[in-house]
Design a protein. Sequence first.
Length: 291
Amino acid sequence: MKRDSITIGGTKVGEGQSCYLVAEIGINHNGDLELAKKLVDRAVEAGFHAVKFQKRTVDVVYSKAELERPRESPFGTTNGQLKYGLEFGEQQFNSIDAYCREKKIQWFASPWDEASVDFLERYKPVCYKIASASLTDDGLLRHMKAKKRPLILSTGMSTLAQIDHAVEVLRGAELMLLHTTSTYPSRDEDLNLACINTLRDRYQLPIGYSGHETGVMPSVMAVVGYGAVLVERHITLNRAMWGSDHAARLEPRGMELLAEYIAQWRKIRGDGTKRVLDAEIEIQKKLRRVG
């Protein structure tokens, strides 16, 4: 069945609507709640509609061997110490929920396992985001679908056959797909924005764009040239900050520009009706030869 929009927290997102902007905070809070709040502030100031986080049950998502792998970080000397250090729990998410309500911005998250879905349910999220890495996890997809909330599915590092299968698993859900390239940062020649049209034609669903490039213009082009109805960008206060997830992220000025350019496009585009403007009448009188 064709669907041209979904509703996120009372906001209709889809064809004919303003582009919905999502600031992906992810793990760029570096395990620091106050930094997370500063990133929420920047998203509010730039005019984004929502912020997004990630939630994992660390010992479910990662194997014992992966957690024991040596890795230096401010949290210790193993990859496990890093993963646990970056993971927010109930106290932090309670604060995030309250802070976003205070700032009047929507928030949701990408749960990477079933227990994380159940954890997030206590906050009655406006939707769930399914990460590209989870697209082939049928059990997780079914668990999210059972919550009967809108779902946003990223399609990076996936074949059309894999996307076909995921869409079939999620049949009946209020679903949107995001075109994305799962490289960090993504090169311009790898972005392949024309896939937005491919996905829209194939699935008859609203299509957005999740960008991992360093600049602003490809995300604007996704809206202007290909009709993306939602744009998600990872954000940071400073790309030089410590952490593996900062280099390909938008800084505050980039966030402002993205929101400004997309809002400007909506004005420039108009409604397609050809009319003579009142301001043109005097010019017409001056310049047209009377016959």
